[in-house]
Design a protein around this ligand. Structure first.
Ligand SMILES: *Cc1c(COP(=O)(O)O)cnc(C)c1O
Length: 496
C-alpha cells in the first residue's frame, strides 16, 4: 500500500462531477419526456433476462461512468413508470423530484439514524418530520413516531407496541404461550393483508383475527364489532386491539373511527388506525370530519410513499404516547454507549422500532413538506380526488361503462358491452371474465396502468390517483382507451 491509500471504489472529484452532471441531465430528460413513454413495456421476464445477459460475478471492476450509463438505460427503458401521468394502479405515487435529491444527499452524508450520537442533525430532522406529519393529519404534535420502510412495517411497529401495552406483562419474559387467554385483534374484512401477516409472524395465529363484516357502504359494522368483542370476553379471550381503516386499499372507504374509538375506550382496547393510503386526505378542511376520531387513536400508520408522493420507501408510525414504543423496543446492550440525552431533547431511534442501523428516510419527506407546504398538499390531494370523481362521472355518463364506487381518490368501474343487461347471472359471469381479460390487456398494453378491485362480486377496473402528474386530459383519454380496448376484447372473446 502506498502512503495515500488508493481503492477501486473511490471516485475522484472530477470524475464524480462528470458522472453526476451527466446523470442529472439524463434524469431531467427522463422526467421531462415521461408522458411520451409507455407506462410499461410489457416485456416478459425471459426477454428481460436476455437483455440483462447471463454473465457471472465480475472478477474485475469496470469504469463507474460506463456502468452508471448502462444502468440508467436499463432502468429508464425497461421499467414500469409510476411517475407516468397515466399510471394509477395499486397505490404507488409519482415520486416527488425533490425526493430524488434527498436520497442522493442522504446517501452522501449517510447518517445512521439509530442513535443520536451517530446522526445528530438527522435525528432532530426525523423528530421534526414526525411532528409535522402529526400536524399534517391533525393529531397532537406531541405524539411520537418513527419513519419505517412502508405501510406494512408501520402497522407491524404499532401492532407490537399495542401488544406490549395491553397483553399481560409477563409475556415479555415468558412469551405468548404463557398467557392463558387468546389475544384478539379486530378489523374490518376490507383490512389490508398486513393484519394476517402480523397475526402469523408474531405468534398469535391467523385465528386470532376477527374480520368484522362491513355495511353496504363498505364501512366496518361497529355493532357487529361490539358483539364480537363481547362474545370473545365471554369465551375467556382477551380482546387486544381494534384496527380502523382510513382509506381501504380496494375502494378508499374510511371506517367510523369515532365509533371505534368509543368502543376501544369502553373495553380498554388499543385503537390503531391504518391510514397508510388515505389519512393524508385529512389535510383537506372539508374532509376533516370523515377522519373524526383519529385524535383518539393510540397509534396510526401512514405512508409518505403513497399520498405524500415520496419516492419509495417511506412509511411512518405515529403513537399517541411515545413511551409505548420505548416499552416495546428498547433494550440496552453493554456494547452501546448511547447515554440518555437531557430529558425531552433528543432520542435514539433504535429504541423506537424494529431496526437497528437505519437510513435517513425522513429527509425526503421533510424536504417535500417544506417545498410545497400544507397548502401545496391541500391543492394536490384535492385535485387527485377531483380527477378520481371525474373518472367516475365520465364512466357514469358513458353507455358502455358502469361506474361502481368512488371514495377519496379511488374510482372503480367496468366495461359493459351494449346489450349486456347487468345483474343477470350469466351476464355477470361473462362481465367478470371480460373485465379481467381487459385489465390484463390494458396492463400489458402500456398506454395506461390500472389495477383491479372486486366489489360485490363484480370484477372492476380500479384507478387510484396519487399522482401529481395526472391531468383532466389524461382522465378523458383513459376513458376512451378503456372503451376502445373493451370493445376489442369483447369481440375477441366472442369470436372463439
Ligand atoms: C398500501 C397499504 C398498506 C401496505 O403498505 P406498504 O407501503 O405497501 O407496505 C397497508 N394498509 C393500507 C390501507 C394500504 O393502503
Amino acid at each position: 500500500m502506498t502512503e495515500n491509500r488508493e481503492t477501486p471504489i473511490e471516485i475522484s472529484k472530477d470524475e464524480f462531477k462528470k458522472i453526476g452532471y451527466r446523470l442529472i441531465d439524463t434524469i431531467s430528460e427522463f422526467i421531462d419526456t415521461i408522458d411520451e413513454k409507455p407506462v410499461t413495456t410489457g416485456e416478459s421476464s425471459k426477454q428481460l433476462m436476455k437483455i440483462l445477459g447471463n454473465s457471472s460475478l465480475p472478477d474485475n471492476g469496470s469504469p463507474a461512468e460506463e456502468i452508471i450509463s448502462k444502468a440508467s438505460a436499463l432502468l429508464m427503458n425497461h421499467s414500469l413508470l409510476n411517475g407516468h401521468p397515466k399510471f394509477m394502479g395499486y397505490i404507488t405515487s409519482s415520486p416527488a423530484p425533490i425526493g430524488m435529491f434527498a436520497d442522493l444527499l442522504a446517501a452522501s452524508v449517510n447518517p445512521n439514524v439509530c442513535a443520536q450520537i451517530l446522526s445528530p442533525i438527522a435525528t432532530e430532522i426525523e423528530m421534526q418530520t414526525v411532528k409535522w406529519l402529526a400536524e399534517f393529519i391533525g393529531v397532537s404534535p406531541n405524539c411520537g413516531g418513527i419513519l419505517v420502510s412502508g405501510g406494512n412495517m408501520a402497522n407491524f411497529t404499532a401492532f407490537l407496541a399495542a401488544r406490549t401495552a395491553k397483553a399481560p406483562k409477563n409475556i415479555k419474559k415468558d412469551g405468548l404461550a404463557s398467557s392463558s387467554k387468546k389475544l384478539i385483534t379486530y378489523c374490518s374484512k376490507t383490512t389490508h393483508t398486513w393484519v394476517e401477516k402480523a397475526a402469523i409472524l408474531f405468534g398469535h395465529g391467523s385465528k386470532s383475527t376477527r374480520w368484522i363484516p362491513t355495511n353496504s357502504s363498505n364501512i366496518m359494522d361497529n355493532d357487529l364489532l361490539e358483539r364480537a368483542i363481547k362474545k370473545d370476553i365471554k369465551k375467556g379471550h382477551q380482546p387486544l386491539m381494534v384496527v380502523g381503516t382510513a382509506g381501504d386499499v380496494s375502494t378508499g372507504v374510511v371506517d367510523n373511527l369515532k365509533g371505534i374509538a368509543a368502543l376501544c375506550k369502553t373495553y380498554n382496547l388499543w385503537f390503531h388506525v391504518d391510514g397508510a393510503y388515505g389519512i393524508p386526505a385529512a389535510v383537506i378542511p372539508e374532509l376533516k370530519p370523515l377522519f373524526d376520531g383519529i385524535r383518539e387513536a393510540d397509534s396510526i400508520a401512514l405512508d409518505p410513499h403513497k399520498w405524500l408522493y415520496s419516492p419509495l420507501e417511506a412509511g411512518c408510525t405515529l403513537v399517541k404516547n411515545p413511551q409505548h414504543l420505548i416499552d416495546a423496543y428498547s433494550s440496552n446492550p453493554e456494547y452501546y454507549n448511547f447515554s440518555k440525552n437531557e430529558k425531552g431533547s433528543s432520542q435514539n431511534y433504535y429504541e423506537f422500532g424494529l431496526q437497528n442501523s437505519r437510513g435517513f428516510r425522513a429527509l425526503k419527506v421533510w424536504l417535500a413538506l417544506q417545498q410545497v407546504g400544507r397548502s401545496g398538499y391541500v391543492k394536490m390531494i384535492g385535485e387527485d380526488i377531483e380527477l378520481s370523481k371525474l373518472l367516475f362521472e365520465l364512466a357514469e355518463d358513458h353507455i358502455e361503462l358502469e361506474a361502481i364506487t368512488q371514495n377519496l381518490s379511488i374510482a372503480t368501474l367496468r366495461y359493459v358491452p351494449i346489450g349486456y343487461t347487468q345483474n343477470i347471472k350469466n351476464n355477470e359471469v361473462y362481465l367478470n371474465t371480460l373485465n379481467e381479460a381487459l385489465l390484463d390487456a390494458l396492463q400489458k398494453g402500456g398506454e395506461i396502468f390500472l389495477s383491479n378491485a372486486i366489489v360485490n362480486e363484480k370484477y372492476c377496473l380500479r384507478g387510484c390517483i396519487v399522482n401529481f402528474r395526472t391531468s383532466k386530459k389524461d382522465i378523458e383519454e383513459i376513458i376512451e382507451i378503456i372503451v376502445r380496448e373493451g370493445k376489442k376484447m369483447h369481440q375477441k372473446l366472442n369470436k372463439k
